[in-house]
Write a protein that binds this ligand. Structure first.
Ligand code: NDP
Length: 247
């Protein structure tokens, strides 16, 4: 893959993905890492200083009115290569809520950041994904051509929901899953692969200290999985190691 854009790279899984991709023996030629505030993203800035292929762009995924300007900045970086991979990683998770405690604002905020934003950002960056796909039309479906990866969660699985609660987060990831499936049909003729991933339960600010996986274990597996993605993965839901997830 020549070019990849990952959202939410100042901490957690996004930062872990950047670390793994820069360490890779075949790193992307251009890795665009987004964060909300470059000044606060110290670790990301230090990676970008050491790896000239890392480009930091600021993006709050809820600021839809800035998408046009943002996409132009991405285009200026990737130029004729287009964008091989869009990794919609940024997300939020409000505290656990039972039905009687659900707040309207939490529902709206979580759906905006976790569902609406990945859909609208994908729409905005689609010309660049199509450009990469066309340029690499001799390649099979996968990240060497063009792919969209949506960071989902097992908490968005209907089948695995045996405990209830978590309305904002579960609904947002479930909706992202079905959006992934729709995109996989809509973009198939463009040769763009679309899939959603569960990264494992990972020790990030969101996953918490009791999580079972380290960031590096999850993100190194995800990077290996990215390389293996092919047509059969289009429209699917997988965990970090490629095992299929129940919808
Ligand atoms: P963290 O809370 O550690 O990091 C979240 C990232 O998303 C941060 O970079 C944050 O930036 C960014 N972000 C949040 N809101 C916005 C916004 N409006 N605009 C731009 N960036 C934003 O979470 P994780 O790294 O654990 O989660 C990453 C993804 O993985 C999420 O989509 C999450 O749902 C998913 N996931 C995580 C699991 C886990 O166990 N950790 C399990 C299943 C799924 P900032 O620092 O500015 O807030």
């Amino acid at each position: 893959m020549n070019t990849i854009l990952i959202t939410g790279c100042n901490r957690g899984l996004g930062l872990g993905l950047v670390k793994n991709l820069t360490r890779d023996p075949n790193p992307p030629i251009k890795l665009i890492a987004t964060c909300r505030d470059t000044q606060k993203a110290e670790e990301l800035r230090s990676i970008a200083e050491q790896h000239k292929n890392v480009h930091i762009l600021e993006l709050d995924v809820r600021h839809f009115d800035r998408y046009k300007e943002f996409s132009q900045k991405v285009s200026d970086i990737v130029k004729d290569d287009g964008l091989n991979v869009l990794f919609n990683n940024a997300g939020i998770s409000p505290k656990f809520t039972r039905l009687n405690l659900v707040k309207l604002e939490q529902m709206m905020d979580t759906l905006t950041a976790n569902t609406v934003a990945p859909i609208m950002l994908t729409k905005s960056l689609l010309p660049l994904l199509k450009k990469a796909s066309l340029k690499n039309s001799d390649q099979p479906m996968g990240i060497r051509r063009a792919a969209i990866i949506n960071m989902s969660s097992m908490l968005g699985s209907v089948e695995l929901n045996t405990t209830g609660g978590l309305y904002p987060y579960r609904c947002s990831k479930s909706a992202l899953n079905i959006a992934t499936r729709s995109m996989s049909f809509d973009l198939k003729s463009d040769g763009i692969l679309v899939t959603c991933l569960h990264p494992g339960w990972v020790k990030t600010d969101m996953g918490g200290v009791n999580a079972t996986m380290e960031i590096d274990d999850s993100t190194s597996s995800i990077v290996k999985l990215l390389l293996k993605l092919e047509e059969k993965h289009n429209g699917g839901f997988y965990q970090y190691d490629g095992e299929p997830m129940p919808w």
